[in-house]
Design a binder for this molecule. Structure first.
Ligand SMILES: [Fe+2]
Length: 394
């Protein structure tokens, strides 16, 4: 990338942790070997009906000797979902699916090891020790949850996170073949999530300016920025191709790798205002995460523009968008073009929010300490005035 400091290694130490990963066409076949390595003879497979109906569950379980017990995750996992979790007969967890399956599996693996109620683990650093062996097999290219230490779960009607280093899966089997048949709308929504993960991770507050926190969302460092930049290039270059031609296997593979690299990156750096706003929008409208990101990206990026002008310009130049002399606004314009091209909503208005909602939007956003501490610009209650000016027009 021209002119943009990835953050050359300076004198301030940093740390980077990631999941043991096997990537490539057909790596799903390694599952039996992985289960043996982790001493799992009776795996609990966490999946959903869509994954099963697409024939993906069968492809994953066909190759294993053990007789799996299947548990179905709900689309929006809640702390009330786990009552019928079959804990007695199983000694490890395999997640096969998108973000909801992966996040449900993380909590299942906690409950197997520590018992109690899922609500006990909501928040930060609430898992008392190592969890049951956890293997993640993503079937979408989006969430990156196979590489992160967070499970998103609804508790008391509010979307919350359980974040703890113990929640990071032991092994991720990232097999692009599982995504070859992903429907167009899911490809668009989950792929845009990966795009925003890469972008917000790349532009996150520098690790030297983030107060030490119990979880490892610790600001962008030289390793996370390198991964985020590569993820951004891959996703930016392949998302539209994967959406418009689902049979473009090269694009599917690039999305698969890009979304995984983005997950690795943001699990270290944290995210920012676009995700904080999108969580708020999700809570208020019940729209899917990818659509909420579409509705929030202009506001989030514009809010951060005053402290990221050089970086936006450099990212736009690196992606080859804008004019020969790119302006920072070129990056925002390109994000909007991409979002519109793949058919996601483009404003708060389009997801049904109005000027009168502004206080609730600000209130629900300011409480998201997990996201805001790593946003490049400090978010204050001036956010309300900003939103009224640029987003919620009369
Ligand atoms: Fe996300």
């Amino acid at each position: 990338m021209h002119g943009y400091e990835f953050g050359e290694p300076g004198s301030t130490p940093f740390r980077f942790t990631t999941t043991d990963t096997r990537f490539g066409d057909g790596v799903t076949a390694d599952l039996d070997d992985v289960l043996e390595r982790y001493g799992v003879s009776n795996p609990l497979i966490v999946t959903d009906r869509g994954v099963e109906d697409a024939g993906l569950l069968e492809r994953v379980t066909d190759g294993i000797d053990a007789e799996p017990i299947v548990y179905y995750a709900s689309t929006e996992p809640s702390t009330e979902d786990f009552e019928n979790l079959p804990t007695a007969a199983v000694d490890g967890v395999v997640a096969v699916g998108g973000g909801s399956c992966l996040d449900t599996a993380k909590l299942a693996a906690v409950l197997l090891a520590h018992g109690g109620d899922p609500a006990d683990y909501v928040g930060v650093d609430a898992v008392p020790g190592p969890i049951a062996p956890l293997i993640a097999v993503p079937t979408t290219s989006g969430t990156g949850s196979q590489a992160t230490q967070t499970a998103v779960v609804t508790h008391d009607g509010v979307k919350r996170g359980a974040s703890d280093e113990h929640l990071r899966p032991d092994v991720a089997l990232v097999d692009p073949e599982l995504t070859f048949g992903l429907p167009r709308a899911v490809t668009a929504r989950s792929g845009f999530d990966a795009f925003v993960h890469a972008l917000e991770s790349l532009l996150a507050r520098d690790y030297r300016w983030v107060e030490p926190r119990p979880i490892t969302y610790q600001g962008a460092n030289p390793v996370s920025r390198s991964l985020a930049w590569r993820a951004l290039v891959l996703v930016h270059g392949s998302l539209e191709r994967a959406v418009f031609d689902g049979d473009d296997r090269e694009a599917r593979r690039a999305m698969s790798l890009g979304s995984h690299l983005a997950g690795m990156a943001f699990s270290a750096s944290g995210l920012g205002a676009v995700h904080a706003l999108a969580s708020t929008v999700g809570g208020m409208t019940d729209r899917p995460h990818g659509e909420c990101l579409g509705a929030s990206i202009r506001a989030g990026l514009t809010y951060n523009l005053p402290v990221r002008r050089e970086e936006y310009t450099a990212v736009a130049a690196g992606l080859g968008v804008g004019s020969e002399e790119p302006e920072p606004e070129a990056l925002i314009a390109e994000c909007e073009r991409l979002r519109d091209s793949i058919g996601l909503p483009g404003s708060f208005d389009e997801v049904g929010l109005e000027r009168s909602d502004v206080d609730e939007i600000v209130e629900n956003t300011l409480v998201q300490e997990r996201r805001l501490a790593t946003n490049p610009r400090t978010v204050t209650d001036e956010l309300g005035e900003f939103l009224l000016e640029v987003e919620l027009e009369e």
